[in-house]
Design a protein around this ligand. Structure first.
Ligand code: AMP
Length: 112
């Protein structure tokens, strides 16, 4: 049995509120949302982070396209934030690649 939290969500072993799927990716709501829309988009294959996923450009493109599809279906026509925390110092806590799709409120820069 895998110890990876997101692999266990992919397999259905741990429940999640899935909002969309694609050939290589799965989108589900973040359990601790930081905005009205906060969805995680993950590759169904276990890869540790987004730069590693870039070795498989088709899967990376599929992931980003699913994020855009989720943003559209959530009505984020005015824009949204795509975040890829990478490594411990970058704030990554779950070491299965994921994009945060965050929107529904005005976001400033730098993020806070
Ligand atoms: P990161 O810090 O980029 O690794 O983000 C991990 C994200 O996973 C955090 O925003 C958590 O709230 C979220 N998370 C952790 N466990 C779950 C879960 N079981 N279902 C949905 N989201 C989760």
């Amino acid at each position: 049995m895998t110890e990876c939290l997101f692999c266990r969500i992919v397999s259905g072993e741990i429940p999640a509120e899935v909002v969309a799927t694609s050939e290589h990716a799965l989108a589900f709501r973040d359990i601790n949302p930081t905005a009205p829309t906060h969805v995680l988009v993950i590759p169904t294959r276990h890869v540790v982070d987004i730069p590693t996923l870039a070795q498989a450009p088709t899967e990376l493109a599929d992931l980003v396209a699913l994020g855009a599809r989720v943003a559209a279906s959530e009505g984020l026509d005015d824009g949204y934030r795509l975040v890829a925390n990478t490594g411990r110092a970058g704030g990554q806590v779950v070491f299965h690649a994921h994009l945060h799709v965050i929107g529904g409120r005005r976001m400033g820069w730098p993020p806070g």
